[in-house]
Design a protein. Structure first.
Length: 258
């Protein structure tokens, strides 16, 4: 059984087209009736819109096999008085979901990804946190890749804010236990007694996605088709307990082992 990441794993960070072997890998799982979940940290589009996009470029799976942080957000973050930071698309989707944005006296600060965080935004966030606002992250991604550049991910930004203000944070998406539990519960609708040790997770985020998954007992596969140009950029510097079980170039390489 599989948990499968999307950005950098199934689709390219550069142009959002399918990565070599990714469509065929999903088709093979369907043919062999192997249970799986497509788990993504998408926050830029409404969940159903992003699912429909993946369908439109050739991926064949049911919405019941898809999960992103927006689908769990309301269980973690109250809709009142939220200072949210991220792309314009993310902020617009929050408003569509009924969230009331407040940049004067927020109860919660919600961090998502974007490439152009400013010093003034960090200063504002720090003031809110020191005044007692709670801190949430849409996910805990280590690196954000866009336009052939790599930026600090939400996880890196959360660590910065935690260090600056001593404010603990809660993560909505990967690699939070809440997110992985929800993914496992959806797998269990197909295989009632499935457990984490039955799951192999595939992702390009070896520090974020795979580190948290490995701590829960999942088998981990790191693909170098996304955030990292090679395993040598990151794997030698990980704690031994968090190093991936397998490393492949892309989904085609994994497909050839099935």
């Amino acid at each position: 059984m599989y948990f499968i990441d999307v950005q950098g794993t199934l689709i390219s960070d550069a142009d959002r087209t399918p990565i070599r072997g990714s469509i065929e890998f999903i088709d093979r799982l369907n043919e062999q009736k192997i249970p799986y979940m497509i788990i993504t940290n998408n926050t830029k589009k409404a969940s159903k819109d992003f699912y429909n996009y993946l369908q439109s470029i050739g991926f064949n799976f049911e919405f019941s096999s898809y999960l992103d942080p927006l689908m769990l957000l309301q269980k973690s973050v109250d809709k009142e008085k939220v200072a949210a930071y991220g792309t314009e698309e993310f902020l617009a989707e929050l408003v569509n979901m009924g969230y009331l944005l407040d940049y004067k006296h927020p109860k919660s600060v919600l961090i998502s990804i974007k490439a152009d965080y400013t010093s003034d935004e960090y200063a504002q966030i720090i003031d809110f946190l020191l005044a007692g606002a709670s801190l949430f992250g849409m996910h805990e991604t280590s690196i954000y890749a866009k336009n052939s550049k790599r930026y600090p991910g939400v996880g890196a930004i959360l660590k910065l804010l935690e260090f600056a203000t001593s404010t603990p944070y809660i993560v909505v998406g990967k690699p939070s236990r809440t997110f992985y539990d929800a993914s496992l519960e959806m797998i269990q609708k197909q295989v009632p007694h499935a457990k984490y040790s039955d799951i192999t997770i595939i992702s390009d985020d070896v520090k974020g996605d795979l580190g948290g998954a490995k701590e829960l007992g999942m088998e981990t596969i790191f693909v170098t088709s996304g955030k990292y140009k090679s395993a040598q950029e990151i794997v030698p510097f990980l704690e031994d307990a968090l190093k991936p079980d397998f490393i492949y170039g892309d989904m085609q390489d994994i497909l050839e082992t099935l």
